[in-house]
Design a protein around this ligand. Structure first.
Ligand code: GDP
Ligand code: K
Ligand code: MG
Length: 292
């Protein structure tokens, strides 16, 4: 049997369930997931392998109209992910109230096989499923429309089946032991960022970035030092909290996840720093790994 390999992009609106899907497909907690929109900022790849196949998934930020520099960079990550995709997965929330003309417009430019995944069917009914299938058939006429629940692990095999059917014959692109192209540092930073999303309200998570300042691997313990970057002093005060309680909460929850992820005891220090308006400054965006 010839080896198949290829790139699969996961796109769709914010909160459709792209990161949840990516994680269940890859079987690792790789992309950060929260109920807030715009949590995923970078393009993240996750890889699954078996003897004759290698599927390389890209999770992407949700499709929106960009308003500031960071969002522009996020949208170029989405555009970029279309280019090398062999298969495109368009994730849509079955209970999405807004029309998805922006999604349709973007994905229409893609010429390869598309599967529309109607997600969160656990929160819906057959009638609505039928209605949504008709909508997507009319708007996009994709190669497949698959009702799924990423959260409840429903119909996920149908997705991998679709991908296998459409994957080109190609040798593996990555070492078969590799799960992702991202470093441990990246995931550690993401786990801290996830806790900021969970613990803080409104603008604060969106204005925050996490930088790993040092990562020292020890025999029994990893020593990790991180900085949370915010845009204003007021945000810094919120993240630190009264008597440092908020920062303690963020750091200890993050440490719990990081220890599980690294399978190692971790000593985690977290500092908070203000960089005025960093989301609109190219030099900072570059430094934090957002390409223009
Ligand atoms: P993304 O912005 O598209 O990456 O969406 P996320 O994966 O971050 O998920 C957004 C929210 O939807 C989270 O609260 C998820 O737990 C939830 N979610 C994702 N998939 C499902 C699903 O199949 N069913 C239900 N009920 N909730 C889901
Ligand atoms: K989200
Ligand atoms: Mg996401």
């Amino acid at each position: 049997m010839e080896h198949k390999a290829g790139f699969v992009s996961i796109v769709g609106k914010p909160n459709a369930g792209k990161s949840t899907l990516m994680n269940i497909l890859v079987g690792e907690r790789m992309s950060i997931i929260t109920h807030k929109a715009q949590t995923t900022r970078h393009r993240i790849i996750g890889i699954i392998n078996d003897e004759n196949t290698q599927i390389i998934f890209s999770d992407t930020p949700g499709i929106i109209q960009p308003k500031y520099g960071l969002q522009k960079s996020m949208m170029s990550a989405v555009n970029e992910s279309f280019l090398d995709a062999d298969v495109l997965l368009v994730v849509t929330d079955i209970n999405e109230k807004h029309d998805e003309a922006d999604v349709v417009e973007k994905v229409k430019k893609y010429e390869g096989p598309i599967a529309v995944l109607i997600n969160k069917v656990d929160q819906s009914n057959q009638e609505l499923v039928t209605q949504k299938i008709e909508y997507w058939q009319k708007e996009l006429n994709p190669a497949a429309i698959i009702p799924i629940s990423a959260l409840k692990d429903f119909n996920i095999d149908a997705i991998t089946g679709f991908i296998r059917d459409h994957l080109p014959i190609h040798p593996p692109y990555y070492d078969k032991e590799e799960l992702t192209d991202r470093s441990e540092r990246f995931f550690v930073a993401e786990m801290i960022r996830e806790q900021i999303f969970k613990c803080c309200e409104k603008e604060v998570p969106y204005s925050s970035e996490v930088v790993i300042v040092s990562f020292k691997e020890g025999e029994d313990l990893h020593r990790i030092s991180a900085e949370i970057i915010v845009e204003r002093e007021t945000q810094k005060a919120i993240i630190i909290g009264k008597g440092g309680t908020m920062l303690k909460k963020i750091a200890s929850a993050a440490r719990f996840d990081i220890e599980k992820f690294l399978d190692k005891k971790v000593f985690l220090e977290v500092f908070v720093k203000v960089l005025d308006d960093w989301r609109n400054k190219d030099n900072y965006l570059k430094r934090f790994g957002y390409e223009g």
